[in-house]
Structures are given as structure tokens and as C-alpha cells.
Ligand binder design. Sequence first.
Ligand code: FES
Length: 576
Amino acid sequence: MTGKARRRPDELRSHRWLGVQDLRAFGHRSRMKQMGYAAEDYAGKPVIGIVNTWSDLQQCHVHLKERVEDVKRGVWQAGGFPVELPAMSLSEMFVKPSTMLYRNFLAMEAEELLRSHPIDGAVLMGGCDKTTPALIMAAISMGLPAIFVPAGPMLRGNWQGKVLGSGSDVWKYWAELKAGTITEEDWAGIESGIARSIGTCMTMGTASTMTGIAETLGFSLPGASSIPAADAGHPRMCATSGRRIVEMVWEDLTPRALLAPASFDNAIKAHMAMGGSTNAMIHLVAMARRAGVPLTLDRFDALAREVPVLGNVRPSGQYLMEDFFYAGGMTALLKRLQPLLDLGCLTVTGRTLGETIGDARIFDEEVIRPLDRPVSSEPACAILKGNLAPDGAVIKPSAADPRLLRHTGPALAFDDYDAMAAAIDRDDLEVTPDHVLVLKNAGPIGGPGMPEWGMLPVPRKLLKAGVRDMMRVSDARMSGTSYGACVLHVAPEAALGGPLALVRTGDLIEVDVPARRLQLHVAEDELARRRAAWRPPAPPPRSYARLFTAHISQAPDGCDFDFLLGTEPLPEPAIH
Ligand code: FES
């Protein structure tokens, strides 16, 4: 428990709008009546803002349109007043060029929605990739009591009796189609079977990684992140979250009370044990810094060496989130990690992490492996540095062909995505399995928005020859459902004039994961000549993208906006 005294109704933030006797409050109350609410509905009650990222073009959140009613049910039951605040829905599928361009946009929108309205506490409804970090960044910066309600993963995909996993099997069967080992008819069958229920991607992609991290940070009810969206337990969890947030307001249990440096260490350890998405590293740094915790990439590398991959879920493992749920879910995984965690961190329950996982059990040792029988001998992430990435780059060794983890080969360099796409499947492309594919100008500024282009496609001529993995290097991200020997997030990025911008086809590149090294073997005087000839790309024309590229930080710094950093409390809005 926080040890704080329970708040009185006149201490609620919403009291300033609704509870006082003045001209403005008269206006607010009269407009509440216009909406059909009597004083009995809201007077003296916590006003709970439900930030809902549902939309008709958000395939992973379609059910949140109904689930919000379950949240409201819980809020009413506990004596609160629920109000729904729609926010940008950030569909990982439909938003182009990349949802990462808009993560901070949603974070700003959600923070300002909460700040500018008479809200006392927040329920954050999201799950599809960027929605989770965006909503949590907003809640941290706003500082109101907040609980995260994850959308929940889909059920397993199915095609001709084979289990299909989101993303991972798309890339796999697309490569097989290009190699000629499956037919167009097979491909159409996969299209119908791979996303067969409501919910987020059911591999350990960015969505399940981030909702698992949110739970570990204490932002969700215990076990919430693993419940499949289609399970009847999901609406029950929504209602329980609604009940709980009302109590959190009375207790004044704010995000900062949950977030100590140890909470982020716990989250990183959970991330590694899940075999989670590389994207989570960017988001965790951003969330930590919003909370005043100066997290760096080196911490990920250090903790990845301590914590093996235990969640046997694709793309690092074999199973899917539905299996993970039946095996005991996130609380079971955390129970397994118990000896490595700081159990004193507080959660939205008002109890510590240790208390919330106390009774958890593991029901399938194959899906949630013991510490001495991990899924992979390789860690879920490694941070590489060298003259090609002075500020760092990321690789996911557990999802790469082990023979490539120590590799030197000639670069096949592409200046941008279009150049790569135009050349990659040409029969006359001069490429061997030993080449290192290099993609430039796909970083936060170069994309812009750091698109998920980092799993560069293996060239068609190599696919036909049976090659399924090769070394790739870029300043892009890759989907959490992707796999392969992909060095990502190279910083500084090419569009800032980082060394990646200087790579030319034929240069030798050395990737040595055990030594954590990424080296470009070109003489320093030659690099100096290339650097002198380099010109920065023109900024985007008038647009949000222009604001984005002017203020975005690099991947190791979390890709947050410079003007959103800092933890000092902002003044409450004046009510005149
Ligand atoms: Fe929404 Fe994968 S597309 S979680």
C-alpha cells in the first residue's frame, strides 16, 4: 500500500470543474444535464477517463468498442463516473508509413486529453504495438492514477491443420511462395486462416511483449496481458479494471509510485524471458525517461546476459500466446523469474509484485521453460557497438541463424527502401549468402518514423537456392514477429550522417555478436572523404512529419520528442 490517506471528494481534480459554486461550474453542470446526467451520477465521485483506441480501421481493437462498456460497468459499480475519450487508434496494419511516426502523437493526445478535461483517473485501452507505450508515456507524464487494459491476443491461426502465427508465418510462407514451394492457392488459404479472431498478434511480437511489460511494470491487473481477447475472462478483467481504478483514485496511487529503477529492471528481465520484440527496447527507454529513470541500452545487454529466454513462443520459440495463457500466462512467467526480480515494486493492485505473483503456477513446462532448460542458448537481445554504430545497434540472437552470429561479409548497400525493393528480386542481382544486406535512411528521421523494414527480404535467387537467413544491417526497426540475423536501430542513423550513411557496396562488414561488435572495415581516410561528400536529406514539407523530424531523438534515447522530456509537474489548466 502507498501509506497515503484516502482522498476526500473535494480533493478530486474534477471538483474544480463540477463541485464549486461559480459561473464556470454552473456552465459545466448545466452541460452535464444536457447530456442526461443528474448530480447523483457524478457529484463527489471520481471521474474516470477511459482512453479508448478503438476505431473502424484498428483490426486488433475492434472489440474495445464493446469492452469499454465492461470497463464502465466496473466504474459504476465502484462508485465512479466513467467517460469515454476516443484517441488515435494506431493500427499496425493500416497506418502508413509507420505507426512509430505517431507513437508520440498518441502519447501527446492522451496526455492532453487527460489534462484538459475534468478527469481524476484513467483507464488506458490499447494493445496493438505502439498504443501501449504511447498510453503509458502519457499516463506517466500526466501523473494521474491509471490502469492499462490490454486488448488481448488473438486465438491461434489455422491453415490445413497447421498452426499459424501472426507475422512470423506471413514472412515464412511469403518466402516459400517466392521460392516456389507453395502455390497461390495455398497463399490464399493462409490469408483466410492467419487472423481468425479478435485481438492482437498472437506471437510474441511487439503487442504481447509490451502488454507483458506493462503488467510487469505494475500497470495492469495480474494476468491481464495474457488473456486472449476472445476469452470470457477478458470482459471480466475489463470490469475488474474499472472497479479498481476508482479505488486507485481514492488512494491517489499514481504511475510514479509504481515506477522505480527496479521496476524497469524487472520489465527488462521479463522482456528477455519472453524472448520479446526488439521494439520494446525503444519503448522502455522512452517510458523510463518519462518517469525520470535514465535507462540506457547497456542495461539491456547486461540483463540479457543474466536472463535466458523461457517463453517458448514464436518467433524465438514454438508456441503461441494462447498456449502461453493456458500454461499460466504472464504471472506464471514472473513466478518463474521470481529469484531474479525485485518483488517489492508496487502494482496497480496496491500490492507488491511479489504479492501478486505469490500463488501463480506453471501448467506447462514446455511453454514456460525452467531456468535451467531455456528455449535458446542465445539471449533475446544483444547490443552491438563499433565504428558502424558508435551509439549502439540491436540484434535478437535467439531469433537468428546461429551460424551468422559471427560473420564478416561484403556489403550490398541500398540508399533507401525503394532502391532495395526495386533490386532485391532481380535474377541478375550480384549477391551471395555471405553478403551483408545494408539498408540506409530508414531511421527515425530517414524513414521518417523508423519503419519496420529491418528484416530485409532474402533475395529471390538465394531463396530459390535454399537460403532462408542472411546478415542484414539497417537503421530501421523490425516487427516483433520477424526473425533472422538482422542488426537494427543502428545509431546515429544514416539521415543524420552516421557511419551507416558512408557504407558502399563491397565494403567489408564484421558482425561479432559474442564480442558485441559491429565494424566497418574501411580505411579512416576513405571514410573521411565519403563523410565530406555526404549531404543531409531535405526535411519533409509542411506536416506533422516536419515537426517529428525536427524533434525526434535516436533509438538509444527512446525516440521521444525533446520538448516532452522532463519530469517537472505542469500547472493545472486555469478554469476561467
Ligand atoms: Fe496489431 Fe500486430 S497488427 S498487434
